[in-house]
Design a protein around this ligand. Structure first.
Ligand SMILES: [Zn+2]
Ligand SMILES: [Zn+2]
Length: 339
């Protein structure tokens, strides 16, 4: 089903940019229209600002988490140090690539007590709405100043105006529309749309596998917008030592963060999940489907009956390096037996 989005950029006065291109668009784009997310004028669009923002976004997020802690401490009337002893801010962060080629972060944030998610709730004079206010304040204050570019320009990287917070609670209905902007949202709904965002990758921009340069991206059929982003990233990397590493992140349009990250205490670790999967494949019946993964896996590595786990390795010998050697050995052994 296709949702009617309405006119794209309706403007009654039909203004044009200094390059003579329209600054309006009256089309009703379908979801798969490749013009979605691309600039009305590629010469007006700030590609340099775009690349710098994406590159510094992980640092901007890190500073936001620090600002959030400070905001929360202030609301509790505590020093940051005392607050950190009373509560832990934990989060899980998902980076979604938007049609314009910039990441958008979705972050479930939780305030745990000092012992983490399994301990008692934090004993603080604040509630969910204070946490939401603190997030808005932290997002408004956090910024990163770039190192001066060759012409001396310094960009200040910060969040845009689209900061939206909602309370995740089982009291929320499960079926509210994502765009309904409900103040409450059900955890199952959050889980399902976060999973959906994770599958949005830069293949939508025509980028596949390793991307060596903007020209390489163009040759593999990347969109003009993606190629211009990559050309800007490549030029910046060539111009400025601080941005050399951009070349290693062309496949993600200059984003160097991970698609999914989380603070330590947020949930089970990826290692625990991998061990659970490994054990399940080997011995599915042993795992209680309702067991807490962290407890199931905190015992020793599972060893099937009749086997002993040996955790030391000693070099015993080596086999034949190729088929000819192996054939010669078999022949020699056969000859020895006949003799
Ligand atoms: Zn349009
Ligand atoms: Zn223009």
């Amino acid at each position: 089903m296709v949702r009617d989005k309405g006119p794209c950029r309706a403007r009654r006065d039909k203004p044009v940019c200094p390059h003579g291109r329209p600054l309006w668009c009256s089309k009703r784009h379908l979801d798969d229209d490749e013009r979605l997310g691309t600039p009305l004028c590629v010469d007006c669009y700030d590609y340099l600002g775009h690349v710098l923002w994406q590159w510094h976004a992980p640092e901007l997020w890190r500073r936001t988490t620090i600002a959030l802690q400070r905001e929360l401490a202030r609301r509790c009337g505590l020093s940051v140090k005392t607050f950190a002893r009373a509560a832990k801010v934990s989060y899980s962060k998902i980076a979604e690539f938007q049609a314009r080629g910039l990441v958008h972060l979705h972050v479930p944030i939780r305030l745990d007590g000092p012992d983490g998610p399994d301990g008692a709730a934090p004993d603080l004079p604040i509630g969910t709405s204070d946490l939401e206010d603190a997030i808005h304040a932290a997002a408004a204050h956090a910024f990163v100043d770039t190192t001066p570019l060759s012409d001396g320009t310094v960009y200040r990287v910060r969040w845009g105006s689209q900061v939206d917070t909602r309370t995740i609670t089982e009291r929320a209905p499960r079926d509210t529309q994502r765009h309904a902007r409900a103040a409450l949202v059900h955890p199952e709904q959050v889980a399902s749309y976060l999973a959906k965002y994770l599958t949005k990758t830069t293949t939508d921009f025509g980028l596949h596998g390793r991307v060596r340069s903007a020209a390489h991206a163009r040759a593999m059929g990347a969109s003009q917008h993606a190629v211009l982003i990559l050309q800007t990233a490549q030029d910046l990397a060539g111009e400025h030592e601080d941005y050399h590493l951009l070349l290693k992140h062309l496949a993600t349009l200059g984003f160097r963060g991970h698609p999914l990250t989380k603070s330590r205490a947020f949930s089970v670790t990826f290692g625990q999940l991998r061990r659970a999967r490994r054990r399940w494949r080997r011995h599915p019946a042993r795992l209680d489907p309702d067991a807490d993964i962290r407890e199931v896996l905190d015992d020793d590595e599972y060893v099937p009956d009749g086997f002993v786990l040996v955790s030391s390795w000693v070099f015993d010998g080596q086999g034949y390096l190729d088929l000819d050697q192996a054939a010669a050995a078999v022949e020699a052994a056969a000859r020895a037996r006949t003799r």
